[in-house]
Structure formats: structure tokens, C-alpha cells
Design a protein around this ligand. Structure first.
Ligand SMILES: [Zn+2]
Length: 207
């Protein structure tokens, strides 16, 4: 499903080309030199993370913040002389807008953990969204009629057989979105073939 809000994309960390964007906050040439030196050492601590440093000096700060929010980069790090003096960086989550400060010596560990947290939070929100915006359907004729009339998400039992998935896709253009492992088991029968199935999956129109 699409991830985004009124400020642009919100990319799940595991899929994001840039997981973290670092934005230096500097006014003078001296500050640029000092801040860049700290960024170089911090980047070493973030070596398993896909980091982009936006040190373009032709753009204003607000413009850069907006641009990276639009692109959906999961975490923004802001770093200026005051942060360097206090030995910690300002961290902003794209998905919630939440801000926190993290000491430099914990940055590698904390950012890696935060990326995992964001990923799981986004997954859970997506599952909840689907649950709230979907209908439970038990009968294939009703399934087909519902697709024609309303579209959206449908929760239906599926036996796990790829042949049923393919037939449903061919006949209704609906595909399985994700198998919500978080959901309770619920015995039933496959919406297509009638064989036993122990949980529902979410179907939605393929684009
Ligand atoms: Zn089946």
C-alpha cells in the first residue's frame, strides 16, 4: 500500500534508498569546517546505515527539511555548533515528526534501533489501517460483486495455494497485499477452492 501524508512520502526504513539524512546547520565558514569534521566521524559510526549528508550551501534549511520530508527519508539528523558543544544530535522521525536528542557516542546503536522501531510502527499502522478499511467476506460470488461495487480491502480465507491466488487475480484483479502474521488464527475455508484455511489474508485491487 502507499505510504505518505500531506507532507509527502513516508518510506519504510528497509526500503528507503536513504535511511538517514544529515543536515548541517551552519552560518559561518568556521562553523562549516567544525560541523563537517564531526559529521565525518559520526558517519563512521553509521556505516551499516544508508546515510545522505545534505551540505549543499545554495539552499536554505527550511527548503532542505521540506525536500527530504517530501522524499520520505525516515530519519533526519540536524547538527549545528550548539549540538557539537553539547555532544548530542537532534533526531527527527519522518513518520511521526517526533524529535529527540541522542549523544554522539550512542548514535550508531540508537539510530539502528530507531530504524527498526519505525519499520515496525509503520507495519502495525498499515495492518490496523487495513483492518479498519476492509470487509470480511466468506463467499466468492460476494467477493466478486464486492470488488465490482466497492473495491478496497477484503479479508478472506486463503488456503495458501498459489493456484487459487492466480485464479483470483485473473478473475477479479485482486492480489494478496500482505499476510498479516500479527492476526489471530481463524479457521475457515479458502474463498476460492473451499479447502481448509487457518487465517484470513487481505486482498486488494492490483494497480
Ligand atoms: Zn484455495
Amino acid at each position: 500500500m502507499a505510504h505518505g501524508d500531506d507532507r509527502g512520502l513516508v518510506l519504510p526504513p528497509r526500503l528507503a534508498p536513504h535511511q538517514v539524512v544529515v543536515i548541517p546547520i551552519t552560518r559561518t565558514d568556521e562553523e562549516i569546517v567544525a560541523v563537517n569534521a564531526v559529521i565525518d566521524t559520526l558517519i563512521d559510526d553509521l556505516k551499516d546505515i544508508r546515510v545522505k549528508v545534505d551540505d549543499r550551501d545554495q539552499y536554505r534549511l527550511g527548503w532542505k527539511f521540506t525536500e527530504w520530508e517530501l522524499k520520505g527519508v525516515p530519519i533526519r539528523i540536524e547538527l549545528g555548533p550548539r549540538d557539537i558543544a553539547s555532544g548530542q544530535a537532534m533526531i527527527v522521525r519522518r513518520d511521526t515528526g517526533e524529535k529527540q536528542t541522542i549523544p554522539f557516542d550512542q548514535l550508531g546503536v540508537k539510530i539502528a534501533a530507531l530504524l527498526e522501531t519505525i519499520h515496525h510502527d509503520m507495519f502495525n499502522r498499515a495492518v490496523n489501517f487495513q483492518a479498519e478499511h476492509s470487509r470480511k467476506i466468506e463467499d466468492y460470488e460476494v467477493f466478486k460483486a464486492s470488488v465490482e461495487e466497492a473495491g478496497g480491502f477484503i479479508q478472506a480465507h486463503w488456503c495458501g495455494n498459489a493456484a487459487c491466488e492466480t485464479k483470483i487475480k485473473d478473475e477479479t484483479k485482486n492480489t494478496i497485499r500482505c499476510i498479516p502474521m500479527a492476526w489471530e488464527k481463524e479457521e475457515g475455508v479458502c474463498i476460492y477452492c473451499g479447502e481448509p484455511a487457518d487465517r484470513r489474508v487481505v486482498f486488494a485491487q492490483a494497480y
